[in-house]
Design a protein around this ligand. Structure first.
Ligand SMILES: Cc1ncc(COP(=O)(O)O)c(C=O)c1O
Length: 316
């Protein structure tokens, strides 16, 4: 791109049930459920959630029964992550909740857990957005350490990393990891939802402090220190802009690497634009964190197919 050196950290290949950034979180979250002696793991997210897919698979690996509480109608086609959830035998409960931050889903899970208790089951309810967020982010503290070592081994110093932002757990872990390593790394978060940058900054700075406390470290970060850009999120969550589709095609063609329309495509689109705008130059080295999410390509196959067709006709 005529700008910085760019490296891609392939966290789309973390391994559990087609991989992605959630595998690193699941290591700690399912670990916590196991440590509590849970026989059942309950958690909640949207229907086509990469998080739910990986949590269900990780629970299976640990011998724990996964029950997923999905914000959805139950009429959604069995495609993408939902299909994979079914393959790993997750129990699916569809809930009439639309707001991802509403406490309602937790009340429903509590009631369900109480019912299962009488059958001798011990449930662990995981809230990756609130209570368990700092614990989950430790997966990305370790990722920062791993990355730091990989760069040292290759004699490369990098000063930027680009990550998508959903819950902010990944970014919080990277920020804390970099702080613990005294690594002067700009951790740039590309938000998947428009108008969320300030909320993310506040939540992430708080999460960094709470995660540091789990490690007995007293670390404070200012909200302004957290870099989040929501300019590439398009009109809504999950919906890619033409520039995001362009970025997906560009990376597919150049590298044979598959990005998704919900998170990694928006992240790539943002990084490309930052480079175009000269925010990074040939003096910088950037790491693109590929967080996975490829199953979403298939839930959006129809609309993506149309866009790709139009793109091809336009460039013919
Ligand atoms: C593929 C993918 N990338 C990035 C993210 C964002 O990660 P986080 O929730 O840690 O901000 C998510 C989930 O939200 C995801 O599924």
């Amino acid at each position: 791109m005529g700008g910085p050196k760019i490296l891609i950290k392939r966290d789309d290949m973390t391994g559990i049930a087609l991989g992605g950034n959630k595998a690193r979180k699941a290591e700690f979250l399912i670990g916590a459920a196991k440590a509590e002696g849970a026989t059942v793991m309950m958690t909640t997210a949207g229907v086509n959630s990469n998080y739910l897919r990986i949590m269900a698979a990780a629970a299976r690996i640990a011998g724990i029964r996964p029950i997923l509480f999905m914000r959805g109608t139950g009429q959604e086609p069995l495609q993408g992550n939902l299909l994979l959830d079914a393959i790993v035998g997750a129990e699916l409960v569809f809930i009439d909740v639309t707001d991802p931050w509403s406490p309602e889903a937790y009340q429903i899970m509590e009631e369900h857990a109480n019912r299962l208790k009488s059958q001798g089951e011990k449930s662990c309810i995981i809230s990756v957005q609130t209570t368990h967020a700092p614990l989950a982010s430790l997966g990305y503290v370790l990722a920062a350490f791993e990355l730091h070592q990989q760069l040292l081994d290759r004699n490369i110093s990098a000063n930027y990393i680009f990550t998508p932002v959903g819950s902010g757990v990944t970014q919080a872990g990277l920020v804390l990891g970099a702080k613990l390593l005294n690594w002067d790394l700009h951790v740039v978060g590309m938000a998947g939802t428009p108008g969320t940058a300030q909320d993310h900054r506040e939540r992430i700075s708080d999460m960094v402090e709470r995660a540091a406390a789990l490690l007995d470290k007293d670390i404070h970060v200012q909200t302004e220190e957290i870099i989040v850009d929501d300019a590439y999120a398009g009109e809504s969550y999950g919906k890619p802009t033409p520039e995001v589709i362009e970025a997906i095609l560009q990376v597919g063609k150049a590298e044979g690497i598959i990005l998704d329309p919900v998170y990694s495509g928006k992240n790539m689109c943002g990084m490309i634009d930052w480079i175009k705008k000269g925010k990074l130059t040939s003096k910088d080295t950037a790491i693109f964190l590929h967080t996975g999410g490829t199953p979403s390509l298939f839930t959006q196959a129809e609309s993506l197919g149309k866009s790709i067709q139009q793109h091809r006709e336009h460039h013919r």
